[in-house]
Write a protein that binds this ligand. Structure first.
Ligand code: TXA
Ligand code: MG
Length: 317
């Protein structure tokens, strides 16, 4: 338990302090281009356990390892030809690759929840890059929110959800992408879309010259391929109604394009802008305590990731 959480500006002195905290096995919330991550030394089982504790997260949920570059990532996972192709095309960036765990990687088994695969990402955010270089290791970092709640896209979201449970939050302003990374794994040798996210699935299949498969439906529901896919995962406190064109009763309407709401994700109907504003809008709506209604979002490109998050937010609990 860490009683005082320091809010840090991302200058070199503060990053050195944050890196020292990581080296001591403590938790630091770091900005990435997707969402803020709750980082701990991925080789320190105790530090990783503190992530699960701080988030109150179900213990079977494996975490994403964040590395500064591909050579470092290759010391942790085994990259096949397609994984290499995707890393070359999209790293650093909003793509996570689930690859076989390399023997002797030293990654705490709590990170992979005992699986023989590991999820790895090289983030593009300059502050995440500086922190990883200053730390000199790799960090496990799920989104920095209490389990089952909305992902944080500002340092203030992190403080509101987890303040007092981590050593420091590095404040680098709002995240540019605003939804989590796209997760790709392989099943039976075929590339599988495990979670839609910041990089459109279409761009990934274009890079591979091959269509992506959906995850096997017969997977054990208690050990999902991507447990982030548990249905009510991104839940605000109040009910959420999708495809709404007007507010009913006391609803807080989140608009998009022609549907204007109390807050509007993108008045011009730009899906990338909408993704960047999504979680902040849900946080604001949630703070009102009123039921939430949200305008229809086209289901292509970044819209697929947005609708995926919204369906989870809307799922009955
Ligand atoms: O954008 C992001 O990816 C953010 C930022 C902080 O980098 N991180 C993030 O982490 O969303 P998290 O822990 O909230 O999501 C991890 C996802 C979960 O859905 C988990 O099931 C999946 O990655 N995952 C991790 N390891 C896996 C594995 N070995 N096999 C399949 N899925 C895995
Ligand atoms: Mg999350």
């Amino acid at each position: 338990m860490q009683a005082e959480t320091r809010l840090l500006t991302p200058d070199s002195e503060h990053l050195a302090f944050a890196a020292m905290m990581l080296a001591q096995g403590r938790l630091v919330a770091m900005p990435t281009e997707t969402v803020y991550g709750l980082a701990a030394d991925a080789r320190n089982a105790h530090a990783v356990a503190a992530i699960y504790e701080a988030k109150g997260r179900p213990s079977f949920n494996p975490l994403i390892v964040h590395a500064p570059d591909l050579p470092t990532a290759m010391t942790i996972g085994e990259f096949g030809i397609q994984a290499r192709q995707l890393a070359d095309a999209f790293w650093p960036g909003a793509l996570t690759l689930v690859v076989p765990l390399r023997a002797g990687s030293g990654i705490a088994s709590l990170v992979t929840a005992g699986l023989e695969t590991v999820a790895i990402r090289v983030p593009a955010h300059p502050v995440a890059q500086d922190l990883l270089h200053s730390f000199g290791g790799v960090v496990a970092a799920p989104s920095a929110n209490p389990s089952g709640r909305i992902s944080p896209t500002t340092a203030q979201h992190v403080m509101a959800g987890l303040g007092g449970k981590l050593a420091a939050v590095i404040d680098a302003g709002p995240c540019e992408v605003g939804v989590e990374s796209t997760i790709i794994g392989w099943q039976g040798g075929l590339p599988v879309l495990l979670r839609p996210g910041g990089i459109p699935a279409e761009a990934i299949s274009d890079a591979l010259g091959q269509r992506l498969t959906m995850p096997a439906a017969n997977a054990d529901p208690n050990r999902p391929a991507a447990p982030g896919m548990l249905s009510s995962h991104y839940a605000p406190g109040a009910p959420v109604r999708m495809n709404a064109t007007t507010a009913q009763g006391d609803e807080y309407l989140i608009g998009f394009g022609p549907v204007s709401g109390e807050i509007t994700l993108s008045p011009s109907g730009d899906l990338v802008e909408a993704a960047a504003h999504l979680f902040d809008a849900l946080h604001r709506a949630d703070e009102t305590g009123r039921p939430i209604a949200i305008a229809p979002i086209p289901d292509h490109g970044m819209g697929r990731a947005i609708n995926d998050r919204l369906r989870r937010a809307a799922a009955p609990r």
